[in-house]
Design a protein around this ligand. Structure first.
Ligand SMILES: NC(=O)c1ccc[n+]([C@@H]2O[C@H](COP(=O)([O-])OP(=O)(O)OC[C@H]3O[C@@H](n4cnc5c(N)ncnc54)[C@H](O)[C@@H]3O)[C@@H](O)[C@H]2O)c1
Length: 253
């Protein structure tokens, strides 16, 4: 019996690095997966690459209520139930000090990273089966500060609050809610942050971040997916309301 046999999972940010690696692992463990992301083009690419009849996609903006309802409706129409919700979509925003940060960009980061996670919890969890699991992607930036990433850091702290309240409010349905806190992961997002910090010198910036990780390297998205699988599975059925750090020891240094 596979770990997620016949379970249905929604993965937001499903066309991105961590979302795609998690979808691949979930499918190999018997799950049916609905990928959600804003870009239909990118979703189509992932669908083609993973090539699995248990995989579907819905192009939606997680920061919009109507889009949230749409991806839920399409998941239920296609797979009939929801057991696992990987509430993972996020953006890094501009890299600038607080004093220079634009209000428009602040609003954009908050809309996806806080409101998107909130709307997901508000609309998806009540439709989930009892005993389900919600995994929210925070970050090591949800535990400590990083210069230049004010709205991102604020948003990743904020989702811990959403997680704690949701864990309390849905405990009577045995629905578990936890956050994960990755350090730097080898995906588009870190490339973008590195380039924004020092244009043309991304490699040097990467070395600087790696020096702050006890294991002296970034994580691969597949390593994050293993933690998400554990939290999605019955192996973690007594874990709720928790913050799971997966950062190669970055936060202790
Ligand atoms: N890469 C890292 O180093 C790192 C570290 C800690 C936490 N995280 C978090 O992990 C999550 C996934 O990031 P990633 O590294 O895979 O980055 P990524 O840029 O590869 O993927 C982000 C995904 O989110 C989607 N997305 C963004 N805004 C959206 C919106 N409004 N509606 C729907 N989809 C939207 C994108 O289309 C993409 O699929 C994010 O929440 C990120 O903050 C990443």
């Amino acid at each position: 019996m596979k770990t997620l046999q016949d379970k249905v999972a929604i993965i937001t940010g499903g066309s991105g690095g961590i979302g795609k690696a998690t979808a691949k692992l979930f499918l190999s463990e018997g799950a049916k997966v609905m990928l959600v992301s804003r870009s239909e083009e990118k979703l189509k690419k992932v669908l083609k690459e993973l090539n699995n009849e248990n995989l579907a996609y819905c192009a939606a903006d997680v920061a919009k209520t109507e889009d949230t309802k749409k991806y839920i409706k399409e998941t239920l129409a296609k797979f009939g139930q929801i057991d696992v919700f990987f509430n993972n979509a996020g953006i890094e925003g501009d890299v600038k000090p607080i004093k220079d940060y634009s209000e428009t960009e602040f609003d954009r980061v908050i809309a996806t990273n806080i409101k998107g996670v909130w709307l997901g919890c508000q609309h998806v969890i009540p439709k989930m089966k009892d005993g389900g699991s919600v995994i929210i992607t925070s970050s090591v930036a949800g535990i400590k500060g990083f210069s230049g990433l004010g709205p991102y850091v604020a948003s990743k702290h904020a989702v811990v609050g959403i997680m704690r309240v949701a864990a309390i409010e849905f405990a009577n349905h045995k629905i578990r809610v936890n956050t994960i806190h990755p350090g730097p992961v080898n995906t588009r997002m870190m490339r973008s942050i590195e380039e924004s910090i020092s244009p043309g010198h991304a490699k040097e910036v990467q070395k600087g971040f790696e020096a702050d990780v006890l294991f002296k390297r970034y994580a691969e998205p597949e390593e994050i997916a293993q933690l998400v699988l554990f939290l999605a599975s019955d192996s973690s059925k007594y874990i709720t309301g928790s913050m799971q750090v997966i950062d190669g020891g970055m936060h202790v240094g």
